[in-house]
Write a protein that binds this ligand. Structure first.
Ligand SMILES: NC(=[NH2+])NCCC[C@H](N)C(=O)O
Ligand SMILES: O=C(O)CCC(=O)C(=O)O
Ligand SMILES: [Fe+2]
Length: 345
């Protein structure tokens, strides 16, 4: 006989003062022990270290991972010492910068290891495992996480990639203007049967977003060129993809309002894509990201975006950390350099 939990798991966990203090102590201690978020020994030890997180947090993320909660959830109340992390940087490309926010980078990796395995893209932010999301002046008007003036349209993270993340974690370190991430989760079975049929079929074009393009990364070595040649070959060979997959009664989703499109000569696909976009737009909700709030997105169940905002460029800008998590590192082995390598590309 199977038993179901008597109380539904929450989609929002607020750390108690004790839990917040305990979590901050652990993160600070680990930041003294491990040199960086890309450290091999840290990756090796993650599950052991994550066992030291508060029990309530571990139970909460376990329920989320087992799909017993909604398509996204938050853990709030983390103590982020605004003075200790220092000013929001001007650019992620700065190998000299001391990451005073290493405790928070380690914390997102600990959470990642409760959901699966953290991984990164060799073609994004020069291949760091934990990425930065803050406004960068040179990208101000671009459709990038590091843009600001242009709203981020609803998207599955890295929708184009067959090995895209199962979960995305966004951790807010600073957000003075309270710019939320917007999240959309919808019941696609509410759409007419014929529209649903089309959304399950390989009838939609897809391309990568601009964060994977060589001109938004550092390409200097022959190895860098090989990596970007590979991904551009992968993108041109993608063909048509479905919007929905998996269970017909509880479909999973892969959608990008900007980088996915129905072919002009397929009116049914045009109509179905518009219906999907409209359904998602109607089910969009802001998820507040105050400093110390971490959001966990199921990348197959929700899409996310962000409205435009005015950047400050004075060290006080909104600053998030982002990490990709997969249930299965092995499936991407052909695109990773070695068995233990965490970067796809
Ligand atoms: N459809 C979109 N809005 N895509 C924007 C994706 C942002 C991208 N993941 C980045 O890191 O910058
Ligand atoms: O800034 C946000 O709230 C979302 C950023 C985002 O979607 C991304 O970096 O992919
Ligand atoms: Fe995103």
């Amino acid at each position: 006989m199977t038993t179901t939990p008597s109380t539904l798991p929450l989609t929002e966990l607020r750390l108690s003062p004790d839990e917040a203090a305990e979590t901050a102590r652990l993160a600070l201690e680990l930041a003294r022990e491990y040199p960086s978020a890309d450290s091999g020994s840290l990756l090796q030890d993650l599950p052991l270290l994550a066992a030291r997180l508060p029990e309530r947090v571990r139970r909460f993320l376990r329920a989320f991972q087992l799909d017993q909660a909604g398509g996204y959830c938050t853990i709030s109340g983390h103590l982020v010492d605004d003075g200790r992390i220092g000013p929001t940087p001007a650019h992620w490309r700065d190998e000299q910068r001391v990451h005073r926010e290493l405790p928070e980078e380690i914390l997102v990796l600990l959470y990642a290891s409760l959901l699966g395995e953290p991984f990164g893209w060799a073609t994004q932010q020069d291949g760091h495992l934990v990425n930065d999301v803050f406004p960068v002046k040179e990208y101000e008007t671009l459709l990038l996480g590091t843009g600001s003036r242009t709203a981020l349209t609803l998207h599955t993270e890295d929708a184009f990639h067959p090995y895209r993340a199962d979960y995305i974690i966004l951790a807010s370190l600073r957000n003075p203007d309270r710019v939320p991430v917007v999240v959309a989760e919808a019941d696609f079975t509410s759409l007419p049967e014929d529209v649903l049929d089309v959304l399950f079929e390989h009838r939609f074009r897809i391309i990568s977003d601009d964060s994977h393009l060589p001109h938004n990364n550092t390409v200097s070595t022959a190895e860098d060129r090989r990596i970007f040649d590979n991904i551009s070959r992968l993108i041109s060979g993608l063909g048509l993809v479905p919007v929905l997959f998996g269970s017909r009664t509880d479909p999973l989703l892969c959608f990008d309002a900007t980088h996915m499109s129905p072919p002009d000569d397929d009116p049914e696909a045009v109509r179905a894509f518009a219906a999907a976009h409209e359904l998602l737009t109607h089910n969009t909700r802001p998820c507040a990201l105050d400093a110390g709030t971490f959001v966990f997105l199921n990348n197959h169940r929700v899409v996310h975006g962000r409205s435009s905002f005015t950047a400050r460029y004075d060290g006080t800008d909104r600053w998030l950390k982002r990490v990709n998590v997969t249930h299965d590192l092995r499936k991407s082995r052909s695109l990773r350099r070695s068995v233990g390598a965490r970067l796809i590309g």
